[in-house]
Write a protein that binds this ligand. Structure first.
Ligand SMILES: Nc1ncnc2c1ncn2[C@@H]1O[C@H](COP(=O)(O)OP(=O)(O)O)[C@@H](O)[C@H]1O
Ligand SMILES: [Mg+2]
Length: 318
């Protein structure tokens, strides 16, 4: 059978997904597509609707309107089929502090009806995957927060699901523990899992995810590659320019000769903010060279992704 000639298989598809809590519209007409194999970042500030969406996908909450399918199975009508192929890690999950690591995983393995003969190997495999093999006999309460989170990951892997739904798994972790969780997720993606991970911090996911969606007030405002976020929302690009001589004249020319919203002198360079994203970035050099200036430095000032994200979402949620 030919492979890789067709477009990627769709793992998750939502169609006008909507959810209200009383009068509050928490999710409004969400259309989302996640492809098989994606490590998909689901971003939004607090209250944006991330948990609501993930709970619906995990069949724990019914939509008020609209639909969602996981690998072709409707989350309402075929909830049982969906539960078999997903692993859902909620934002807060109770830890069974007095249980040993292996006992805990064995318990969940039994819940998923993994035969006892097979369970020990399954438990060992998932422990290996999350790097907790050494902790098999440890009481959960004695594990660090980061290791408890990795155990949570092991738990959702026990029935070998195709899709992982992880609600802010890195929140509250120190940087090192966060990096460890991210590394596990990359490994899981490499093993062919599809993963949706939510976060209220875009930059946390920028080097991890191949695609992201941003929601705000229950509505999708962006879906696509991480780099596209900057392209879509950054105002004008910013350039730092150095000319050999005639700074004042060069600045005057830049103010009149191109679509700039700001031209200032700063730290020995001219800082030019282009008016919008449509403005041709090549026009900065072109304008100066045509005006007879000798250009000795031209560099783009990178706007931090987080800054872009905050601009997009600032003050928009309660
Ligand atoms: N069980 C609930 N009852 C009432 N309102 C809720 C409930 N759960 C969430 N909300 C509200 O719905 C909105 C979306 O919440 P949530 O999905 O938890 O967002 P996020 O996970 O992005 O922080 C928020 O305004 C929140 O207060
Ligand atoms: Mg949440």
């Amino acid at each position: 059978m030919a492979e890789n000639v067709n477009p990627p298989a769709v793992a998750v598809q939502t169609d006008s997904l909507t959810r209200s809590y009383g009068n509050l519209l928490a999710l409004s007409g969400l259309n989302l597509t996640v492809n098989k194999g994606d490590l998909f970042g689901f971003i939004g500030s607090n209250g944006a609707g991330k948990t609501t969406t993930l709970r619906i996908l995990a069949t724990f909450l019914t939509p008020s309107a609209g639909q969602a399918q996981i690998f072709g199975h409707d989350v309402v009508r075929e909830a049982d089929a969906v539960r078999r192929i997903i692993g859902y890690m909620p934002d807060f999950f109770g830890v069974y502090k007095d249980m040993e690591v292996t006992e805990y995983l064995d318990f969940f393995g039994a819940c998923y009806k993994i035969p006892s003969a097979k369970r020990e190997k399954t438990v060992n495999d998932v422990l290996e995957l999350v790097g907790l093999s050494e902790k098999r006999g440890t009481l959960i309460g004695a594990l660090s927060r980061g290791k408890q989170q990795r155990l949570g990951l092991a738990r959702v892997l026990i029935h070998d699901p195709q899709l992982l739904l992880l609600d802010e798994p890195a929140s509250g972790l120190d940087p090192r523990a966060r990096i460890e969780v991210m590394a596990i997720l990359q490994e899981l993606q490499r093993l062919g899992k599809t993963i949706i991970i939510s976060s209220h911090i875009l930059s946390e996911l920028q080097n991890l995810c191949n695609r992201v969606a941003i929601i705000e007030k229950g509505q999708l405002i962006y879906s696509g590659p991480v780099q596209g976020v900057r392209d879509q929302f950054a105002a004008g690009r910013v350039f730092l320019v150095k000319v050999a001589t005639g700074v004042e004249d060069a600045m005057a020319l830049l103010k009149t000769g191109l679509e700039a919203s700001e031209v200032v002198y700063k730290d020995g360079r001219i800082r030019v903010v282009l008016k919008d994203h449509e403005t041709d970035p090549g026009s900065v050099a072109e304008t100066l060279v045509k005006g007879g200036f000798k250009l000795i430095g031209l560099e783009e000032e990178e706007l931090g992704l987080e800054e872009v994200f905050l601009r997009v979402t600032r003050g928009d949620t309660q």
